[in-house]
Design a protein around this ligand. Sequence first.
Ligand SMILES: Cc1ncc(COP(=O)(O)O)c(C=O)c1O
Length: 373
Amino acid sequence: MIYFDTAASYPLLPEVKVELASAFNTHYANSASTHNLGEIAANELERVRELLADSIGAYPSEIVFTSGATESNNIAFKSLLLSESFDVSKKHIITSQIEHKCVFAICDYFKSLGFEITYIKPNSDGLIDVADVKNALRPNTALVSIMHVNNELGTINPIAEIGQVCFENNILFHSDAAQSYRKVEIDVDDLNVDVMSFSAHKIGGPKGIGAIYIRDLRHKHLLPVIHGAGQEDGLRGGTVAVPLICAFGKAIEAFPDYYDSFKNIDIKGYFLDCLEKEEVPYVVNGGGKSLPSCLSITLYKTNTGLLIREYENLFSLAQGSACSSKTIEPSHVLTALGMNRETADRTFRISFPLDIDKFHVDELLKAIKKATV
Ligand SMILES: Cc1ncc(COP(=O)(O)O)c(C=O)c1O
């Protein structure tokens, strides 16, 4: 099986696997326990917190570990906007039409609470324009939430500029960095973000662990997402998953080198050059600056149904986004770009693995060529 779905999830990095097994063996104690083993686990927890904080130019006290980016996005909205100290007259949220589906679900919930939501349309390059965010601001805007990198197109939004506009207007700015962390440089001050979401399995770490950055967390009185015994600054109760966090830490350390080597191959360029040479008609969706590991492509003359059926045991490919690939609706990101159902059906997200070989891409090209009239 050739795996072309790393935007949905990366396999564990080899050193993460080793760390995971070792951490489950050694750091099994509860990090809240006061005995030696508990303290050792707590030290490991704080070491990784510091590592994550350093990697984004934040303070360790501003990092909370969560189960992943979905939970972090929930915290970003609920813990901040529903806290007692938040201005109740601010009942407007700005987000985009191309966010991860969990953000839409959260926004639906806020709508039920009486909030108004503005969904910014992407431009033809698949990017969110700063001017559109600026025009959407209202005196009662509580939060702007725009993702850093889009999970279907791989496009990189102008987060620093959007953050600057929010800063100038004293509005909270959240960005979902599930797809960008360790692939694109992140400094929370340079990017002007107040809140940011992360996920370990998008960088070769384990599933079920992630984090959220909240600027000046200690000075805020936030609503817990899980009421518990005070863990994670009282924001998220429950025994902290130290072994998963150790493995997340290993992924934070190891992933960038793998990604740098991967970038050197320019596999996306190779794939597109080959399509040209083979005269396979295609359009790349989201012409803006994008990740080298993620490509959204429409193959106009290719029988995509045949491609999927014939090669389902050979390639893991996403038609639309992985999270919605079991539903038959066209992806909301593609429809936001103005695509109809038929064109969306002919569109694939190809997200390359770190150990990609040109041979694997050649196999995919052969299959595409065969299915193209
Ligand atoms: C942009 C984005 N946000 C959030 C998520 C959800 O992340 P997690 O699986 O860690 O909850 C994903 C993963 O599909 C994603 O790509």
